[in-house]
Write a protein that binds this ligand. Structure first.
Ligand SMILES: C[S@@+](CC[C@H](N)C(=O)[O-])C[C@H]1O[C@@H](n2cnc3c(N)ncnc32)[C@H](O)[C@@H]1O
Length: 259
């Protein structure tokens, strides 16, 4: 996906027709990163027993990989009926050996066609975690991206339980994403990670180690990168881990401190 949002309108990423047409010709594809690369972040913030909502699942294999790794409940939603139909068919027609896995997966993986800007089907506070790999990015490429982003994020905040986590995996850097996610109305505490694109070769003399990607970046008070922070790979991906502050438990803590 393109970095420059003024250029991304050339592709209709915000339009369900674009995705339907694309998915007719594509069997499976994971945008940005595969499960293996994201696993350390997912296991750190999202327990396997969590009720997970995957917004804009497309035809990616990440939720299947999560189920194989022990995740027990994943709800996949996407605006593209072609993608959702494909996901359903995929789990109906697998070889015998995988049928067991299929049966196993089917009881835990559910697919549903839905616009993430209106997820009224789901009750408030009904998910422990929401995972978004490239879907906010797609909406922001559509016509009136900021309005779509605000509708989607309002819905994500609504369906997320207090203490729950919205994990946004995006190509957008903090300058372009923080103004949308770091809003008082959501009450999210945000940790930021930056990981290079798959296959990135570090420049000679680089001192960073794969381990260092697992440390959160110390962001400024308004959520920006420190002025002297250097991103090695200009096509890095940004992982925003947004934890919904549990206002009740916070106020009871401060009451205890005050007395
Ligand atoms: C960049 S793709 C990412 C797909 C998948 N999450 C992945 O990691 O490979 C964006 C996805 O968002 C979906 N999408 C776009 N607008 C949507 C909307 N308003 N509601 C639900 N899904 C939407 C598209 O159909 C597409 O599958």
């Amino acid at each position: 996906m393109l970095r420059d949002e003024s250029a991304c309108n050339t592709y209709n990423y915000g339009d369900s027709d674009y995705w339907d047409a694309r998915y007719i010709n594509e069997s499976s594809f994971d945008w940005y990163q595969r499960y293996d690369a994201l696993r350390p972040f997912l296991t750190k913030y999202i327990q396997t027993s969590s009720r997970v909502l995957m917004v804009g699942c497309g035809n990616a294999v990440i939720s299947e990989d999560m189920v194989k790794d022990g995740y027990e409940s994943i709800m996949n939603v996407d605006i593209s009926c072609v993608a959702i139909e494909m996901m359903r068919r995929k789990y109906e027609h697998v070889p015998q050996l995988e049928l067991q896995l299929l049966n196993f997966s089917l009881s835990y993986l559910k697919d549903m066609q839905m616009d993430v800007r209106d997820m009224g089907f789901f009750l408030d506070n009904s998910f422990d975690s929401v995972i978004d790999k490239g879907t906010l990015d797609a909406l922001m490429c559509g016509s009136d991206g900021p309005t779509s982003a605000s509708q989607m994020l309002g819905e994500v905040s609504r369906v997320l339980k207090p203490g729950g986590v919205y994990m946004l995996i995006s190509y957008g850097d903090p300058k372009s994403r923080m103004p949308h996610i770091n809003r008082p109305t959501y009450s999210w505490k945000i940790d930021l990670y930056i990981i290079p694109r798959p296959g990135f070769q570090k420049p000679a003399g680089s001192t960073s180690s794969p381990k260092s990607y697992l440390s959160p970046i110390p962001i400024t008070e308004n959520g920006m990168l420190p002025a002297d922070y250097v991103i090695e790979d200009p096509d890095s991906h940004f992982i925003y881990v947004c934890t919904k502050i549990n206002k009740n438990s916070d106020s009871s803590e401060s009451l205890t401190v005050d007395t």
